[in-house]
Design a protein around this ligand. Structure first.
Ligand SMILES: *Cc1c(COP(=O)(O)O)cnc(C)c1O
Length: 460
């Protein structure tokens, strides 16, 4: 299986190279040159697999350049850090299913992908004798999950930008208290989009990228999407019905794109609808409802990991929407870069509406959802998950199970939970005592050159 760019400007590369490339050298995003699909018999043979064995079965469709025993070992190590034996347990809460994706070391779903990606990087660097400087921007959860994915690993330094004082106190502590010598936290005086723009600009400087062997961990890395595909398939089996809907709280279009890939992997109808849930930052909701993909300004909400306007994985979906036409995708992205807006004709809008349902959920609804769910079921949602649950309630249909992705543990977002239920959530062991640890962080202006020169001095 080889990988191509959404913009058509690279020669096809195998998986391991695609992982190391992150963003394609033509600035497009990498995708399999043909999307794998399995038949009903294969699907049936996967039904009772453990999470790890299912991951191996799914990965094997997309990864053909890692020997099976090595791939199995990478999977085993990646999920050995999880606190729950099922990795991603599916629980029933009222008339919904909740897929708990927060049993990893940083208590958010990004661990599912980043524990795997960290091991993958180490595996590849060992094989080639290379080194790597990881650079990424986070709105909160990606940063700590990435840092935990590579802390203490040889041949890798990691530089993570987060928006200064715009992540939750616990998220900040989770990142800055990792003081391994290969970990560098940078607080940028700006928004997450500013940080992401800086990272994109630095990756776009090919000379700098090559000199420092820059690698990405943000959600544009194909391996992350792939790791997330597994839990859709796992949840599909656990829900125990021929057809299942998913509700996904979304910012970067990463998690929901993994659902789209899973839907294409499974036979038709297995995954029926994908409900795309956003907070007040409703760019993607407007896209689906109105065929209007246009930049707004970022507003701060109670679900900060989704406070995003530029959805960096959107281009992958766009490529399929345009019938896998790379030239058209490239032209659209150029237009978007120039005007901050894309509009879609009725035929495409119909197609989009057939593939997704959507809802934008505001702060008040989010808190009401946390409160109501807690009162009715005794189950505590984090605000991101609550956005998805609220959207799920709007779109659930009798007879089709609705699986809501629980993307973070409620204790990571204690303020919103406290406002909703009148008391703070209990801190799990992984979070208690973080504020007593030593912390390390560099505050920098939101300028490409400032970040570049910091990296220049500390790169491995
Ligand atoms: C990152 C994140 C999201 C959004 O995921 P995307 O892949 O950006 O769509 C939702 N919830 C939490 C808790 C997150 O950390």
């Amino acid at each position: 299986m080889n990988y191509i760019s959404t913009r058509g400007g690279i020669a096809p590369v195998p998986f391991r190279e695609a992982v190391m490339m992150g963003l394609a050298t033509d600035r497009g995003l990498l995708l399999p040159e043909a999307m794998p699909a399995v038949d009903a018999a294969t699907l049936a043979s996967w039904r009772d697999l453990s999470y790890q064995d299912l991951a191996f079965a799914v990965f094997s469709r997309y990864i053909t350049d890692i020997p099976a025993p090595d791939l199995k070992e990478l999977i085993r190590r990646s999920y050995a850090t999880f606190a729950h034996p099922e990795i991603a347990p599916l629980v029933t809460v009222g008339d919904l299913f909740i897929l708990e994706l927060f049993h990893g070391p940083t208590l958010a779903f990004k661990d599912v992908a980043l524990q795997f990606l960290g091991n993958l990087f180490e595996y590849q660097l060992r094989a080639t004798g290379g080194r790597m400087n990881i650079l990424g921007a986070t709105s909160g959860d990606t940063g700590s999950a990435a840092i935990y994915g590579v802390r203490g690993k040889e041949r890798i330094n990691i530089f993570i930008l987060h928006p200064h004082k715009r992540v939750s106190p616990i998220q900040e502590l989770q990142m800055t208290t990792v003081t391994d010598p290969n970990v560098f936290n940078i607080a940028v005086k700006g928004t997450f989009d500013d940080g992401q723009a800086i990272v994109k600009a630095i990756f776009g400087d090919i000379a700098f990228k090559t000199r420092h062997q820059l690698g990405a961990v943000n959600s544009i890395n194909w391996a992350r999407i792939l790791a997330q595909v597994v839990y859709y398939v796992y949840a599909y089996f656990r829900a125990g019905a021929p057809s299942v809907d998913f509700s996904v709280p979304t910012g970067n279009f990463g998690d929901i794109f993994a659902g789209y890939v899973a839907r294409r992997l499974l036979p038709d109808g297995c995954i029926r609808r994908l409900v795309l849930a956003t907070n007040e930052n409703d760019l993607l909701t407007r896209f689906i409802d109105k065929g209007d993909y246009s930049l707004g300004t970022v507003v701060q909400t109670s679900s900060p990991s989704m406070d995003i306007q530029v959805a960096s994985n959107f281009e992958r979906y766009l490529y399929f929407l345009y019938g896998e036409d790379a030239a058209r995708t490239r032209a659209a992205m150029a237009e978007f870069a120039k005007t901050g807006r894309l509009q879609f004709e009725p035929a495409l809008r119909e197609r989009i509406a057939g593939e997704f349902r959507t809802r934008s959920v505001d702060r008040q609804e989010t808190e009401e959802t946390i409160r109501r769910c807690y009162q009715e079921s005794g189950y505590l949602l984090d605000p991101h998950t609550a956005v998805g649950v609220r959207a799920a309630r709007a779109h659930r249909e009798e007879g089709v199970p609705m699986v809501c992705l629980a993307t973070a543990h409620p204790a990571k977002f204690g303020e919103a939970v406290t406002r909703a239920i009148g008391r703070p959530p209990e801190l799990p062991p992984a979070l208690a005592g973080l504020d007593k640890l030593e912390a390390r962080c560099e505050v920098l202006p939101a300028e490409v050159e400032a970040v570049k020169s910091f990296i220049e001095r500390r790169a491995i």
